[in-house]
Design a protein around this ligand. Structure first.
Ligand code: GDP
Length: 436
């Protein structure tokens, strides 16, 4: 995500390191390079202009800090300006005082609306809500079935027109969907609407009619971050035609040049509420401008990582494992549990990608082989509980049995067991040293 932009900005800012004082010429040169980096990332020109103007003004101005050196001050200013164009504060979803809260999704076909409906429904459920999905995309063949599939995966019911009843009437379906939510006491309704390949009058008309019929608390404009400048144009057309209260960026996992993400808030004046970064239901999160800016500047996103870890790991279990680890008692069973919890947080490369400096190790991340982890899991699963508990008992004939059972070579089993012993020894030594 934003790799190219992130690389460019990090290297521009690194060039300032070690300078005792920045002259106006230094600042101008840096500003020029940042400008090129932003334009290459497809950020809209007016946004780039105002961004550069404020960075320059602030860097040359009287913002002198005792604590920071000149290079750090520029990084701080660029960071704050980035947070600013991304919307400043995190904007939370508006919930209706009297449920149900109605959320309408709109956007071009292929933007990722239907996928997003599933992601949002799953997220709402995790937050303790009881969402209902309503299928009003009656334009695209299969859109209704697709919504039913994602609904099922998210464990959320879907209200859809019955064959022969309401198939041509998305406004009626939306209205009936909201009524159904009231009746069945769902506290949030997510209405998926039709998209087109381009903005057209009929699409706008339909969206306006649905909006008028269900009076949503939020109209979320879903936009594919990979389409660059077009995203901004579509968003503007949509804002003027139908109006929306917030933006959802999708496909941030592609090496999108990122311009859409950086421009859409500033150009439309509406905040970004959520971001999607993958095809799976859990590849979705609240959009935090400060965390995103930090990632773009190569400073990592530790807060998101910690939050994901809190969701994936059971605190008591983790504590028990830590104690065992310190005393050299960790078993392969504990190891498997920790590994499964870690992998629940998403692809390992994504997790490592949130660490500070991740853009410097992106080649290694790209080569990271999840299949290796699958193999390790398969080997441990091929062991009996007694073997997992006391790996010392795994002799040659047991190794052969495990290898055959899990479809790997004996040398793979040897490798895993040996490494496990080494790691266990090292960790208990480390724990001793840190007094754990
Ligand atoms: P809709 O026409 O707006 O409803 O779009 P869909 O939800 O059908 O999505 C279009 C395509 O984009 C599908 O193949 C999705 O799997 C894919 N997609 C949606 N969101 C993301 C995302 O965040 N990342 C990636 N890589 N693909 C996505």
């Amino acid at each position: 995500m934003f790799n190219t932009l992130s690389d460019r900005l990090t290297s521009v800012l690194q060039n300032l390191r070690g300078k005792g004082r920045l002259s106006d010429a230094d600042i101008d040169a840096t500003a020029r390079e940042i400008r090129v980096a932003l334009l290459e990332a497809d950020v809209a020109l007016p946004v780039v202009r105002s961004f550069i103007a404020s960075v320059k003004e602030r860097a040359k101005g009287s913002e002198v800090s005792q604590a920071l050196n000149p290079a750090q001050q520029v990084v701080k200013i660029v960071n704050e300006e980035l947070v600013g164009i991304l919307g400043g504060e995190t904007r939370r979803l508006n919930l209706a005082k009297t449920p149900p809260t109605v959320i309408m999704l709109a956007g071009l076909q292929g933007a990722g609306k239907t996928t997003l409906a599933g992601k949002l429904a799953r997220w709402l459920k995790v937050q303790g809500h009881t969402p209902l999905l309503v299928a009003c995309d009656l334009q695209r063949p299969n859109a209704v079935t697709q919504l039913q599939v994602v609904g099922e995966r998210a464990g959320v019911p879907v209200f859809a027109p019955e064959p022969g009843n309401g198939v041509g009437d998305p406004v009626g379906v939306a209205r009936r969907g909201v009524e159904e939510a009231k009746r069945a006491q769902h506290d949030v309704v997510v209405v998926d609407t039709a998209g087109r390949l381009g903005v057209d009058e009929e699409m706008m008309r339909q969206a306006i009619d649905i909006r008028a019929a269900v009076q949503p608390d939020e109209v979320l404009f879903v936009v594919d971050a990979m389409i660059g400048q077009d995203a901004v144009n579509t968003a503007t057309a949509f804002r003027d035609g139908v109006g929306f209260t917030g933006v959802v960026l999708t496909k941030l996992d592609g090496d999108a040049r990122g311009g859409a993400a950086l421009s859409v808030r500033e150009v439309t004046g509406q905040p970004i509420l959520f971001a999607s970064n993958g095809e799976k239901l859990e590849d979705f999160d609240v959009f935090h401008p400060d965390r995103m800016a930090s990632r773009i500047l190569g400073m990592g996103d530790m807060l998101t990582l910690i939050e994901q870890a809190e969701q994936a790991f059971d605190a008591e279990q983790a504590e028990a494992a830590a104690v065992k680890l310190g005393s050299g008692q960790l078993t392969l069973e504990d190891f498997l549990e920790q590994m499964l919890a870690l992998r629940k947080m998403g692809p390992i490369a994504n997790l490592l990608g949130m660490l500070p400096g991740a853009n410097q190790m992106k080649d290694q991340l790209a080569n990271l082989d999840e299949k290796h982890l699958d193999r390790v899991q398969a080997i441990i699963r091929g062991m009996t509980p007694a073997e997992r508990d006391d790996p010392k008992m795994i002799n040659a004939s047991r190794r052969l049995r495990i290898a055959n059972g899990s479809g790997v070579r004996v040398s793979d089993v040897n490798d895993l067991v040996n490494r496990f012993f080494e790691a266990r020894k090292m960790m208990s030594q480390m724990a001793g040293r840190f007094g754990l």
